[in-house]
Write a protein that binds this ligand. Structure first.
Ligand SMILES: [Zn+2]
Length: 442
């Protein structure tokens, strides 16, 4: 009898390893493309399309798509979510009000999958292109009534302890302004607690500590379009996983392409597409990681869509993103440089854009340049960048309906162990609930 039993158990064990998809993933990587509604992943396909072939080539986003998610917040905030409510939904499984960070509609703190993973002895990480205490990452780490409580949220990154340990082992992104303050220098406090601290991309390959804080900008990182490394999200991800990977219990990490959303808010198609490209190469690298580490699950979605981004506008059946490839700087950066000059330097602008402005376009820019130079309020200061973006939207035939968010459903992507769990039409809270289940019982 004993023999029969043990061989039965052996069968069960073999059965499990033959059907690996029924096993718990050791590592879970959650990715948020902030603002990355369906128009963004479709646009990226045409932006990347090889013009020398008849076919429209598939992108990594096409390859790993599994479903679609609703994004609406708690009823009290209506239908259109912000990144705090949706971040909280993705991190904790609770729908909350717009602005809520890791708290429910009654402002009661709720547990995140990141905190839970820590209680299971996993390593934890977050890699973002915004400041690391921005709404989405903050929802995984902190609890605050309002996303605007940036300093309090930063403090919690150090002060919150999970079973006596800090909540996040590897943190990479921006945020000097909030972590190095007159009243508190959290970079010092983290170092005293045994963390390595780095503050430039070139230090990413010098990380020799499994606990590290890396801050590379005052707030968000520069636009990918203006940054010294246009693929900085990938560089940070590779460096983070190198450290997180050293734990036999596995790891949970959040990766955010934070500034896709900012491109949407700014109605800047060039910024949005180059942020998408940074995310795409990051996910392509992760495909290789999962091929070598099949006990890993990667789940990706957007928290909402931004800008009402439209592929083809103005009644014209066309979208022409190719000119973005030649751009060497963002409209914002070009405008900032021009604002210092008394006279508009169109040659310099042409060089930065990588295409020649027409006479009519220059006529548009001249008064905008004057407004930017003379202007005292924010809107006036942005006049030249706005005019440049209007030109780029017109040339590419890109449409925008809002400077805010929209309520469309967003794509869901997954690959690796248990990826099929995320298929079909789901809700953003389901993503957290499924991750809690996959992390397993304590
Ligand atoms: Zn946003």
């Amino acid at each position: 009898m004993k023999k029969v039993l043990s061989s039965l158990m052996l069968c069960a064990a073999f059965g499990a390893s033959a059907h690996q998809d029924t096993e718990q993933p050791k590592n879970i990587i959650m990715i948020v493309g902030d603002g990355m509604g369906p128009a963004y992943t479709a646009a990226y396909r045409y932006f990347k399309d090889n013009p020398d072939t008849q076919a429209v080539e598939q992108t990594v986003f096409d390859r790993i798509l599994v479903g679609r998610s609703t994004t609406y917040p708690a009823k009290v905030s209506g239908i259109v979510t912000d990144s705090a409510a949706s971040g909280t939904a993705l991190a904790t499984g609770y729908k909350s009000y717009n602005g809520a960070i890791g708290v429910d509609v009654n402002e009661t703190p709720v547990k995140s999958v990141m905190h839970y993973a820590k209680t299971l002895g996993k390593s934890t990480g977050l890699v973002v292109t915004s400041q690391i205490n921005h709404a989405t990452p903050a929802s995984y780490v902190a609890h605050a009534k309002s996303r605007r409580m940036y300093n309090e949220i930063a403090d919690q990154y150090f002060d919150i302890k999970i079973d006596g340990k800090h909540a996040v082992d590897v943190m990479l992104g921006g945020g000097w302004q909030y972590f190095i303050r007159d009243d508190r220098d959290l970079t010092k406090e983290f170092q005293q607690a045994g963390y390595q601290y780095i503050d430039s991309y070139s230090d990413l390959n010098t990380i020799n500590n499994n606990q590290v804080l890396g801050l590379f900008a005052d707030k968000g990182l520069p636009w990918a379009l203006d940054d010294t490394n246009r693929h900085r999200l990938k560089a940070m991800t590779v460096a983070a996983i190198d450290r997180l990977d050293n734990n036999d219990n596995g790891f949970f990490m959040l990766i955010e392409g934070s500034q896709i959303d900012w491109g949407g808010h700014a109605n800047d198609v060039a910024a949005a597409m180059t942020e998408m490209d940074d995310l795409a190469v990051t996910v392509e690298w992760l495909e290789g990681y999962v091929a070598n580490n099949p006990d890993t699950l990667v789940v990706m979605t957007a928290d909402h869509s931004t800008g009402g981004f439209t592929i083809g506008a103005n009644g014209e059946y066309a979208w022409r993103p190719q000119l973005i490839h030649s751009m060497k700087a963002s409209p914002e950066a070009i405008s900032k440089a021009q604002a210092k000059l008394e006279k508009l330097d169109t040659q310099a602008i042409n060089a930065q854009l990588g295409f020649e402005l027409t006479k009519q376009e220059i006529v548009l820019l001249l008064p905008a340049h004057k407004t930017t130079r003379d202007g005292s309020d924010r809107k006036a200061k942005r006049a030249l960048a706005t005019a440049l973006k209007t030109i780029i939207s017109a040339r590419t035939n890109t449409g925008w309906t809002t400077s805010g968010h929209t309520g469309v459903d967003v794509p869901v992507f997954a690959f690796g162990r248990q990826q099929s769990l995320f298929a079909g039409q789901i809700d953003n809270t389901d993503i957290a609930k499924k991750i809690f289940t996959l992390l397993g019982k304590k």
